[in-house]
Design a protein around this ligand. Structure first.
Ligand SMILES: [Zn+2]
Length: 329
C-alpha cells in the first residue's frame, strides 16, 4: 500500500508529497475531516512514505522501513488514541508521549507521532501537549487527527499546519461498492448515506442484515403518526437492541427526516433514500418545515443522551412518542 490507496484526497496527498520531496516536513500537522474519510490512513501513508528509503515521496512496500510500518513495529512511529473503555485521552498518555518523543529516532532520521481523535484530549492533556508543540524536538513530527478543529484549543490549532480532507465524491464511493459486488441500487443507497465517507460505506456493507433492519425502521417511520403505544414499545425495544450491536439507527432516523425536508424544499436530487421516494413525498406534503426541524432536533438530542448512557430505552420512547405527535403549524 502507498499513497495510491488513499481514496479521493488528491490535494492533501500532493501537499504532503511535496513536503517529503523538499525535506520540509512540519513539526505539527492537523488533519481535519469527518469520521471515515481516511485521516488515519493518510497519516499512516504519509509517515510510511517519509520513512521509505527507496521510493521518492511515496513508499516502496519492501524496504526495511516499509516492512516495519506494515508490521506495525516501526520504532519511530506511534499512534496515541483513546484507550479501550475510556472516553478521553488522558494527561498520562500525553506525558508518556512527551517523554518518548524526546529520545532520538532509532531507524530513521525522524519520528512521527499520531494523536487520533485529538479533540478528546482532556484540558490538562491538551495544555501539556501545547508545550511540546511550542518547542518540539528537531526530529519530531506530531500529527493531530480531528473531526472538527473548532473543538481544539485555538493555541494548539495555530501551532499546526492544517490539512483539510475533502469529502469523497459519491460516485467514487459507489464505484468502490460496485467493485465489491453490490447491486446498483444498494451501492447507490449506501454511497449516499455514507455522505462523502468511504470508510463509513465500507462499515455499512460489513453489517449483514443492514437492508432488512433499515426496512423495519423505515416501515415504522412511514406510518409513525398512526402507531399505537404497544407498537412504539416494540420498536423501542428493537432499536435498543440494534444500538447495542452498533447498528447505525440514528443515521437512518435523521436521514429519513432530512429527506422529507429536502423534498419539501424541492431539493429532490439531495434525497438519500431514493427507494422510499413516494412515501417521503407523501410525508413532505403532510408535515411542516418547522415540525421537521424540531423532529431532527429531537433525534439529535436523543442520540446525545444515549451516547452519554442516559436511560436508553426511556430516551427512545420519549423520542418516538414525540415524533408521533401531530404536526403543529
Ligand atoms: Zn520503502
Amino acid at each position: 500500500m502507498s499513497f495510491n490507496s488513499v481514496i479521493g484526497q488528491k490535494e492533501a496527498v500532493e501537499i504532503l508529497q511535496d513536503e517529503i520531496k523538499n525535506e520540509r516536513i512540519s513539526h505539527a500537522y492537523l488533519f481535519s475531516a469527518r469520521e471515515g474519510s481516511g485521516k488515519s490512513k493518510l497519516a499512516f501513508e504519509f509517515a510510511k512514505a517519509s520513512f521509505c528509503e527507496e521510493a521518492e515521496a511515496d513508499s516502496c512496500g519492501s524496504c526495511i522501513n516499509c516492512r516495519k510500518m506494515d508490521h506495525k513495529n516501526h520504532p519511530d512511529y506511534k499512534v496515541i488514541s483513546v484507550l479501550e473503555g475510556k472516553s478521553a485521552i488522558s494527561i498520562d498518555q500525553i506525558r508518556e508521549l512527551k517523554k518518548e518523543i524526546a529520545y532520538k529516532p532509532y531507524d530513521s532520521d525522524h519520528k512521527i507521532y499520531i494523536i487520533e481523535a485529538a479533540e478528546k484530549m482532556t484540558k490538562e492533556a491538551a495544555n501539556s501537549l501545547l508545550k511540546t508543540l511550542e518547542e518540539p524536538p528537531s526530529f519530531a513530527t506530531i500529527i493531530l487527527l480531528v473531526e472538527d478543529s473548532g473543538k481544539l484549543l485555538p493555541t494548539i490549532v495555530s501551532r499546526c499546519q492544517q490539512i483539510k480532507l475533502r469529502n469523497v465524491d459519491q460516485k467514487k464511493i459507489k464505484n468502490i461498492l460496485l467493485d465489491k459486488g453490490l447491486s446498483q441500487e444498494k451501492a447507490e443507497i449506501i454511497s449516499l448515506t455514507a455522505a462523502g465517507s468511504p470508510g463509513r460505506a465500507l462499515e455499512i456493507i460489513e453489517i449483514d442484515d443492514y437492508f432488512e433492519q433499515r426496512q423495519l425502521i423505515y416501515d415504522f417511520l412511514k406510518n409513525i403518526k398512526s402507531k399505537n403505544t404497544i407498537e412504539i414499545f416494540k420498536i423501542t425495544e428493537k432499536i435498543s437492541s440494534l444500538l447495542k450491536a452498533d447498528f447505525p439507527c440514528f443515521d437512518l432516523l435523521s436521514d429519513w427526516y432530512r429527506d422529507i425536508m429536502m423534498i419539501k424544499q424541492d431539493y429532490l436530487e439531495a434525497v438519500i433514500n431514493k427507494d422510499y421516494f413516494e412515501e417521503l413525498k407523501g410525508l413532505a406534503a403532510e408535515l411542516s418545515l418547522q415540525g421537521l426541524i424540531s423532529d431532527l432536533e429531537l433525534i439529535a438530542q436523543s442520540e446525545k443522551y444515549i451516547e452519554r448512557n442516559i436511560r436508553e430505552e426511556l430516551s427512545l420512547e420519549v423520542l418516538f412518542f414525540k415524533l408521533r405527535q401531530p404536526d403543529q403549524e
